[in-house]
Design a protein around this ligand. Structure first.
Ligand SMILES: Nc1ncnc2c1ncn2[C@@H]1O[C@H](COP(=O)(O)OP(=O)(O)OP(=O)(O)O)[C@@H](O)[C@H]1O
Length: 314
C-alpha cells in the first residue's frame, strides 16, 4: 500500500522506535490442542497488518494474547514495550470485537457518548463518528443499523481513547460487499494518520486490498510474512508473459529455473521462481517481445502455503 500509511502520528512519535506488538516464541495449548506453536512477530508502528489463515489456525488465540485476554504458556508478548494489560490500561490499544456491547434502543450518538463517559479522557463523540464514517447516521437507533454500520459504530467506540493500535478480529464476518467496503474505507482513511492496525481475516481480498503486510498462519505457526506481492511470489513464483512467434516448448522448458510453460498461439506464459533470469534469457536469446512479469494470485499462494503438505517447505 501507499507509503503515507507509515507516516508517524504526531501524538505517537516518541513511541515510533518501539514495536507496537512484539511476540517472541509464543505457545498456547488448550488441553491436547496446541493452538499456537512458536509465533514470532514484530509489528512496527503505523503498519496495517492482516493476520490471515484458515479456520483453527490460531489467529484468535494469538490476538487474545495481544489483548491480554489469555497468557502464553511459553514466550513473551509485549505491546509498546509493556505487558498487554498495561498498554490497554494506558489507552494505547483498542479492539473492535465482532459481537456484543451494543444496546439497540440507544442512538448511534448516545452509544458513543455513553462509552465516552467511561473514559477519563476521550476524543469528542462527533470526531470519532466522523472518522468512522457514520456522522450522518448519528440519530439512528442501533437496532435499525445494518451489520456494517454496527461495526463502524464499534470502530467509533474503539477510537474514543485515541489508541495507537487498533485490533480487529474478523470484523467483517457476515457483512455484505458494500458494508465491508465502507467499513474498510473508514479504517483505511483513519490509518493514513499513522494508527497501527492489526486485523484477522479469512478474506484474502481484504488482506490484499487493505493491509500493507500479510502474516499468514497455519496450524499455529507463521508460514509467510510480507507484502501481498511478496506472499504471492513466495510459493507460486511468478509468470513471464511474452509474445514469441513459433515458440518451441522444449527449448523454453530448457531455460534454467523454468517450471512450467504454456503456449497459446504467439502468446507464451512461463512459470518460474526466477522470472528475472528467464526474462533476461528471452530478451538476449530469442525474438520474444512485449514481456511482462506478473505475480500469481494471493489465493493460489494461500492454498499452497496453508495446505498440509507445505509444513516442511518454509
Ligand atoms: N478456549 C478454547 N478451548 C479449547 N480449544 C480452543 C479454545 N480456543 C481455541 N481453541 C482451539 O485452538 C485452535 C485455534 O483456534 P483459534 O480460534 O485461535 O483459530 P482461528 O485461526 O482464530 O480460527 P477461526 O478462523 O476459525 O476463528 C482451534 O483448534 C480451536 O478449536
Amino acid at each position: 500500500m501507499t507509503t503515507d500509511l507509515k507516516r508517524p502520528r504526531e501524538a505517537g512519535q516518541s513511541r515510533q522506535a518501539i514495536a507496537a506488538v512484539d511476540l517472541k516464541g509464543i505457545h498456547k495449548s488448550f488441553g491436547d490442542v496446541h493452538a499456537v506453536r512458536g509465533i514470532d512477530l514484530n509489528v512496527r508502528p503505523g503498519e496495517v497488518v492482516a493476520f490471515l489463515g484458515p479456520n483453527g489456525a490460531g489467529k484468535t488465540t494469538t490476538i487474545d494474547m495481544i489483548l491480554g485476554l489469555g497468557r502464553p504458556d511459553k514466550g513473551q508478548v509485549s505491546v509498546y514495550g509493556m505487558a498487554p494489560r498495561e498498554a490497554i490500561a494506558k489507552g494505547l490499544v483498542s479492539a473492535v470485537l465482532q459481537t456484543g456491547g451494543l444496546l439497540k434502543d440507544y442512538s448511534v450518538l448516545e452509544t458513543v457518548q455513553l462509552t465516552a463517559s467511561l473514559f477519563a479522557h476521550s476524543r469528542p463523540a462527533g470526531e470519532v463518528l466522523e472518522r468512522a464514517g457514520i456522522a450522518d447516521i448519528s440519530d439512528r437507533l442501533v437496532g435499525k443499523c445494518s451489520g456494517g454500520e454496527k461495526q463502524r459504530l464499534r470502530f467509533a467506540m474503539a477510537l474514543l481513547s485515541d489508541p495507537e493500535l487498533i485490533i480487529l478480529d474478523e470484523p467483517t464476518t457476515g457483512m455484505d460487499v458494500t458494508g465491508r467496503r465502507d467499513f474498510w474505507n473508514a479504517i483505511r482513511e483513519d490509518s493514513r494518520r499513522g494508527r497501527t492496525v492489526m486485523f484477522a481475516t479469512h478474506y484474502l481480498e481484504e488482506a490484499d486490498a487493505y493491509a500493507d503486510r500479510i502474516v499468514l498462519v497455519r496450524e499455529g505457526q507463521v508460514v509467510a510474512d510480507g507484502t501481498a506481492a511478496e506472499v504471492k511470489a513466495m510459493t507460486a513464483g511468478r509468470i513471464v508473459r511474452c509474445t514469441l512467434r513459433g515458440a518451441d516448448s522444449a527449448a523454453l522448458h530448457g531455460i534454467p529455473g523454468v517450471d512450467g510453460v504454456e503456449i497459446r498461439g504467439d502468446s507464451v506464459l512461463i512459470h518460474s521462481a526466477d522470472t528475472d533470469a528467464v526474462a533476461r534469457h528471452l530478451l538476449n536469446n530469442t525474438p520474444a517481445h512485449d514481456l511482462e512479469i506478473v505475480a500469481r494470485g494471493l489465493e493460489e499462494a494461500f492454498i499452497a502455503l496453508t495446505s498440509s503438505d507445505q509444513g516442511e517447505n518454509r
